[in-house]
Design a protein around this ligand. Structure first.
Ligand code: S3P
Length: 177
């Protein structure tokens, strides 16, 4: 994938990386549609994600993510924000790269963890100590790091991150022609 206008832009990263807020800003900037895998799942199931986790467990949620990834193959030119755990399975990152340019919104653990605790109900943090959450972050990094591009969000706000992503995509596009 080369980053052309029909290419999707897929944001991955740990909880608190800002995938949704950056994705929305980026989509507006690029004049693209914005899609969120968590939203696809919520809309299909008719209930919020914490409820899916509470009633049917993580395995059910991951199966719903599988289905969402299959549907993503139909998208063209969209900006797609993924759930934090979605790319963290063997072959998943590669499957995402086959349908677009994958951008890792990275950051140091302390910053992402603080943001994740501040905003929204995140079942993957329920009942976990800070050390356990950090272990999850460490385990996931090897998946995220297979992305096409990475932007460190640690000291940036969502507008700044979106600007960096747009610049990195434009540079990639220039190199491809
Ligand atoms: C998850 C992250 C959430 C959501 C679900 C599971 C995870 O999305 O998909 O609660 O496993 O990290 P965010 O990354 O947007 O918080």
């Amino acid at each position: 994938m080369t980053g052309g206008m029909t290419d999707n832009v897929i944001l991955v990263g740990f909880m608190g990386a800002g995938k949704s807020s950056v994705g929305r800003i980026l989509a507006t900037r690029l004049g693209r549609c914005f899609v969120e895998t968590d939203e696809m799942i919520t809309a299909k199931e008719g209930r919020p994600i914490p409820e899916i986790f509470a009633e049917q467990g993580e395995a059910r949620f991951r199966a719903l993510e599988d289905e969402a990834v299959r549907l993503l193959a139909l998208k063209r030119g969209d900006v797609i924000a993924t759930g934090g755990g979605l790319p963290c399975r063997d072959g998943r990152l590669e499957a995402l790269r086959a349908i677009g340019t994958v951008v890792w919104l990275s950051g140091d653990f302390a910053t992402l963890y603080e943001r994740a605790l501040r905003g929204g109900d995140r079942p993957m943090l329920h009942g976990k100590t800070r050390e356990q959450a950090e272990a999850l972050y460490e385990a996931r990094k090897s998946f995220y790091s297979r992305a096409d591009l990475a932007v460190d969000t640690t000291t940036l706000n969502p507008d700044q991150v979106a600007a960096r992503v747009a610049a990195a995509l434009a540079e990639r596009q220039r190199q491809a022609v």
